[in-house]
Design a protein around this ligand. Structure first.
Ligand code: ZN
Length: 128
């Protein structure tokens, strides 16, 4: 897990997704085949760091490893290029979290490995 994360860290820290060179559609996370036109002519593309909340929920009983952060907001965010992604919201008041609210990406601690103590970081979003 830790080694795998290291190998793909750019995809987490720089929001690297995919762009179809046939139709121009962009998506995150990366794909091998365009979701819009089916082309396999795909290139890496850094995603915009901002977008808006499409929908959200508040988790009180999260997956193992994330209990210490509960409760927290999980949201579908539409980035400025139209790509949609599932992400955690941080540093956002209950009043600010709403459909259509503008958000920006921020790198935060994602989890701590129980055996090695290694800290894993990743992107999250906050309401602006
Ligand atoms: Zn395409």
């Amino acid at each position: 897990m830790a080694i795998r994360h290291w190998r793909v860290k750019d995809r987490y820290y720089r929001l690297i997704g995919s762009r179809c060179t046939e139709c121009g559609a962009e998506c995150f996370p990366p794909v091998y085949r365009c979701r819009k036109c089916g082309s396999e002519k795909i290139e890496d593309r850094e995603m915009p760091q901002s977008g808006k909340i499409v929908t959200y929920t508040q988790l009180h009983e999260p997956l193992p490893g994330f209990e210490a952060q509960a409760p927290f907001y999980l949201a579908v965010v539409e980035l400025d290029n139209g790509a949609k992604m599932l992400t955690q919201l941080v540093d956002s008041t209950d009043e600010s979290v709403k459909t259509g609210a503008k958000v920006v990406a921020t790198v935060r601690r994602a989890r701590v490995d129980g055996d090695s103590g290694q800290i894993t970081y990743g992107y999250k979003f906050r309401v602006t």
